[in-house]
Design a protein around this ligand. Structure first.
Ligand SMILES: C[S@@+](CC[C@H](N)C(=O)[O-])C[C@H]1O[C@@H](n2cnc3c(N)ncnc32)[C@H](O)[C@@H]1O
Length: 243
C-alpha cells in the first residue's frame, strides 16, 4: 500500500464533522498544542525496535501530529491517519511535507484490510461508541502478528469523573463513552487479540497550576495522572495460531 493510493471513501460520509473540539475561539489546534508530551511518552511504549519496513495506522489522528513525530524519530515505510474531523484532516495533509503518510477523513476502515503492521490510537478509545465493532475493524486492518497500541486515560476511575465527562462533552463533537478496563479487555479478547497493558507514569512534570488543567484539586490531578493512565497492547496472533 502506498500513501498516494486513492482513498476508497468519499466526503459524503455522514459521520464526519469539521473539528472534534468545538470550543469557541479554540478548536483542534489547541489539543495538538497540548498533546506533544503525551505523544512522546506514548510512543516510547512501542516495543518494535525498527519500523523501516512497517506500515502504520493512526486511528483518530486529528491534525496528524503524532504520525509526523513518529516518522521523525522512528521512520516507517508508510502510514495512514484516519479521523472523522474533515478540517483537521485537511490541516494534517497540509503539514505532512514529504513524509510517506496519507490522511483520510473517514468513519470506516473497511477498505484497509490486512494492511498494517502497527496500529496506534492516542486518547480515542474513550470516544468509541461501538467497541466491539472497533476491535473487529482493527483486527481486520492489521496483518497477522500486527500490534495495536492504544493510550487510554481511564476516566471512569478518575475521582472527578462526572465533572470531566461534563467538561469534555460540552465541546466534543463525539462524546465520552465510559468503557471500563474490564469491558475493553473482554471485547478485544473476544475479537481474537492477546491483550496486555502498562500503566503510564509521567516522564515530565505534571502541571498543577489551578485553571490550567482538568482538575479542581491537586490530589485529583496527581491521582489521575499517576494511577489512571494506560497503554493497551492488543496483539493479533500469527496465521494458523492454535490460540
Ligand atoms: C481526544 S482526540 C485525540 C486526537 C489525537 N489522537 C491526539 O492524541 O491528539 C480524539 C480524536 O479521535 C477522533 N475520533 C473519535 N471517534 C472516531 C472514530 N470512530 N473514527 C475516527 N476518528 C475518531 C476525533 O475526531 C478526535 O480527532
Amino acid at each position: 500500500m502506498s500513501p498516494n493510493e486513492p482513498v476508497a471513501r468519499s466526503a459524503s460520509d455522514d459521520k464526519l464533522f469539521d473539528e472534534w473540539w468545538c470550543e469557541p475561539g479554540s478548536g483542534d489546534q489547541s489539543m495538538e498544542d497540548e498533546h506533544g508530551d503525551h505523544w512522546r511518552e506514548f510512543l516510547r511504549y512501542i516495543e518494535e525496535p525498527d519500523l523501516t519496513s512497517s506500515t502504520v495506522l493512526d486511528f483518530g489522528c486529528n491534525q496528524g501530529g503524532m504520525l509526523r513525530m513518529l516518522y521523525d524519530t522512528k521512520p516507517f515505510a508508510s502510514a495512514v491517519g484516519v479521523d472523522l474531523a474533515r478540517r483537521s484532516i485537511d490541516v494534517a495533509k497540509s503539514r505532512k511535507g514529504d513524509r510517506p503518510i496519507r490522511y483520510e477523513a473517514t468513519s470506516s476502515l473497511s477498505h484497509l484490510c490486512d494492511v498494517f503492521d502497527l496500529a496506534l490510537s492516542s486518547a480515542v478509545l474513550f470516544l468509541v461508541d461501538d467497541m466491539n465493532e472497533h476491535a473487529k475493524q482493527i483486527f481486520s486492518a492489521l496483518k497477522a502478528e500486527g500490534v495495536y497500541y492504544a493510550s487510554h486515560p481511564d476516566f471512569l476511575s478518575y475521582p472527578n469523573f462526572e465533572q470531566i465527562r461534563k467538561d469534555i462533552n460540552k465541546f466534543a463533537a463525539v462524546p465520552l463513552v465510559p468503557h471500563s478496563l474490564e469491558s475493553i479487555v473482554t471485547t478485544f479478547d473476544a475479537a481474537g487479540f492477546r491483550v496486555g497493558i502498562k500503566r503510564v507514569v509521567p516522564q515530565t512534570f505534571v502541571e498543577l497550576n489551578p485553571g490550567r488543567n482538568w482538575f479542581s484539586s491537586v490530589a485529583d490531578n496527581i491521582e489521575a495522572s499517576y494511577l489512571h493512565s494506560y497503554v493497551f497492547q492488543f496483539s493479533k496472533p500469527p496465521l494458523h495460531s492454535a490460540d
